[in-house]
Ligand binder design. Sequence first.
Ligand code: AMP
Length: 284
Amino acid sequence: MHVVESRRAAREWVASRKAAGESIGLVPTMGALHRGHTSLVRIAQALTDRIALSIFVNPLQFGPVEDFQRYPRDLEADLATARAAGVDLVFAPPVSEIYPDREPWVTVVPDRGGDRLCGASRPGHFRGVLTVVAKLLGIMTPDVAIFGEKDIQQLMLIRRMVRDLEMGVEIVGGPIVREEDGLALSSRNRYLSTDERGRALTLSASLRECERLFDAGETSAERYLEVIREGVREAAVLEYAEVVDPETLEAVDHVATGSLCAIAAHVGATRLIDNTILGPSSRR
Ligand code: AMP
């Protein structure tokens, strides 16, 4: 496994692989790797010849009072995880390599959908995400890039960006990987105390409850929201619970196959998100 820090070395590796006729899959991450990330590596391996995984905690997507400074960073452990997963190249640039001008002159701002859901409480977050993803796609020029459905709004906005800006890369989504008890894997789970971890389970549990409602034929979105509010009450402070159309991110009144139930909540000082796409239980 190659490990590079500079854009130039990353580009050279990509050029050599492409010259050998190999296709490239990119898995962008912020590190603190877990099974959610390695599941995306496996998806990439099934689709492309060589896998590049980037590790970059992107300051542009963190708000001024968010956890950029304390975000978990453990490059040695991440390299071991990436190696074991069969990653071919790790691109782990310092901030100065991605933002040489500190403040970029040009960024990617979503005109629609970026101020809904997570964007409502995190102004500028998706500008940061789209800008860094555009940069990573520009540096690595992968054939395919894989993103998790855990961050479904991010995935949807990246798909829109790639389409609207003709970026010529295939975007593939990977299903949410969960712990045995339902908790969605997240690098931020390591912030949770034992008690908080128990309370965090109410997010996935209330989404499972929504799936049961769907299987029972319930179509009123309000009913789903009640179930979520009731489910997390006392355990977590709900930032939002919404049932939306996954294409437009607009709230729906009537739930249908494909409707997206999305939650963000604070458990202690930790902000967690989770979601489920409603559909026949056989497809979940
Ligand atoms: P992050 O390092 O948190 O920025 O995540 C990097 C990528 O891994 C993103 O595309 C996430 O959506 C994805 N990811 C994070 N957690 C999970 C999970 N539990 N299941 C599937 N994908 C995930």
